[in-house]
Design a protein around this ligand. Sequence first.
Ligand code: ADP
Ligand code: MG
Length: 762
Amino acid sequence: MSKSKSSESVKVVVRCRPMNEKEWAAKFERVVSVDVKLGQIIVRNPREASASELPKVFTFDSVYDWNSKQIDLYDETFRPLVDSVLLGFNGTIFAYGQTGTGKTYTMEGVRNDPERRGVIPNSFEHIFTHISRSQNQQYLVRASYLEIYQEEIRDLLSKDQSRRLELRERPDTGVYVKDLSSFVTKSVREIEHVMNVGNQNRSVGATNMNEHSSRSHAIFVITVECSELGVDGENHIRVGKLNLVDLAGSERQAKTGAQGERLKEATKINLSLSALGNVISALVDGRSSHIPYRDSKLTRLLQDSLGGNARTVMVANIGPASYNVEETLTTLRYSNRAKNIKNKPHINEDPKDALLREFQEEIARLKAQLQKRSGKKKRRRQRKRVGEGSDSEDLEEGETEDDDDDGDDKGDYWREQQEKLERERKAIMEDHSLVAEEKVRLLKEKEKKMEDLKKEREAGEMLAAKVKAMESKLLVGGKNIVDHTNEQQRMLEQKRQEITEQKRREREMQQQVESRDEETLELKETYSSLQQEVDIKTKKLKKLFAKLQAVKAEIHDIQEAHINNRQELEQTQNELTRDLKLKHLIIENFIPLEEKNKIVNRAYFDEEDEYWKMKPITRIEDDQQMMTRPLSAVGYRRPLSHHARISMMMRPDMRYKAENIMMLDMDMPARTTKEYQEPVIAPKVAAALEDALRDEDEIQVDASSFHSNLGPIPPAGTSGSLKKPKSGRPRTGKKSSTPTSPFSPSSPGSPLYPQSRGLVPK
Ligand code: ADP
Ligand code: MG
């Protein structure tokens, strides 16, 4: 394969959709006419006042009117691109245009209708048919599906739909989406399933699918890797990547009257599209050395498709009705510029990250492992044969030895082994000469052997299955190459291709003739008379004047569009400035200057992620930095506080000598008991109780009479009855300060009776 490094332009085709029923019903005028032969789109101005205005004409690589079939577009425009992807080029198809003009119709089309299938399903068919017809080639096809919404990337095939992915860049392979899932697909059905899952996920979380899809970019990526034996006897891998991009609606968001949050969202959505426009402008300009790819996720991701290593087709979709004329013209101008982008596609041969290579190596490794296993088996069997020469299986083993790799043989071998073990087990069971213990031991041994055998067998089977699964992912063609119908189909396709090629050439020629006509008009003319010369020259003047007017009108339009754009940008800028002022106000009034400075010192802008980030806290000499905790000072085992350092010097004891320990009071255990608290009884209640409980005879021995004759010693017999408490009486528990014993230690010999036992109210 030659690695052509020559540049080629982005191919731009325009497709105009039919008027829809609503438009017919509202009696809108059709202002777009399509000259398929010349590849021209002619747009009339619908306004009455400018009826005299000349129609605007745009020329493209090819144009498709409302009668165009999906398959026409595919055969003429997309098939060559997908073919080159199968050869190892990168390819990209963009669908650009206002919402409702047929972007999704062109890319996906109508599901379950083979006639109206779009590029994506048609390319599935194309790719897998190509593989089935290939010879001596190995293919690996995988698919990814992602969406960019408000400058966030969502993997449409991932289980976790809330996750947002990041773009990363590697010097060897360029920009890629980190952690984007990709599925290896083996057939049209499988890759269709992948697409359906992605489409389902796309609508999940979108409250209004139409609106969501018109505001997000969807990118379906098919990677085709092909391995083929080169002339040098080595396997070479070519990798082609096909990006199928359904862009967000290109309509101006301001027109939809969005404000506030919605406007911000709108500017974010349009960011990718306007960045795309800026990239195109910068590329076409030729003077600008800086191409602003980094301005948006879309342009970064598709950097190669715009002025890089890819073949690119842009489909500009337009609507035919008069009320869309502004947007139609904008779309046509936009895509007209894109025609001038030069790409430098080349075949991607033996890239480092080819998955096919990894697969091949893995299969080889697994096969070697399997081989080793069967080798082990073989040796074991041979050993066995020598050891148990008289064994009955001897013959069979001898037979199977030669074709060891045979699948049937493997099965036989396992069965054989199992039967043998079973037989041995039985023999042990029936052998009465063995001691019971010995028998059990032998039996166990045999069982273990059987278990091992089973395990080994399973492992072998698993390995074989793995090899098979991996091999099945690698697709090889040439199986039904002799198929007659296949051959015919191929012929048919070739013929169709030739026809489309012819058509293209015809169109080109026609375009050339048209332009040459004007140039050579003058040369051909020979004037027979002065009058004739005047006439002819006047005619020509008129023609040129008309052309001049058209160009002037175009300039005027472009200027107007430019002014509109600027106004929109100014409006956005004003909104952002207002926002910024509010944030300033908050910061100035509510965040201490010191804190603000700290944050400012730590913050830095991450170009990769396009986010402000905070540097980790480190020790930097300038005082504004926040510090980490002090590290152990030199000579000390641990960080020391100032207090500890002073104490260490001032105090004689060992505390603080080596460690930073704070002096704390002893931490006493919490008390689990309580002081006894007597129940509180009101004096009145107590008195009443006292009255009620007083003994009859006690009343007689009153305290007053007791007081009066304190001197004489009462007889020992009476004293007992005096102070004896009633047994059933509840005790108040009041601790008496006076000793209960009548013989006080302070006055030995003279028994002192209490004045009150706490029961008599004072
Ligand atoms: P977009 O994706 O640009 O917003 P759609 O692809 O959803 O637009 O198209 C809007 C409608 O127009 C759909 O109902 C679609 O079937 C119809 N449509 C678009 N292009 C064509 C076409 N070339 N032929 C027939 N119907 C079309
Ligand atoms: Mg759409």
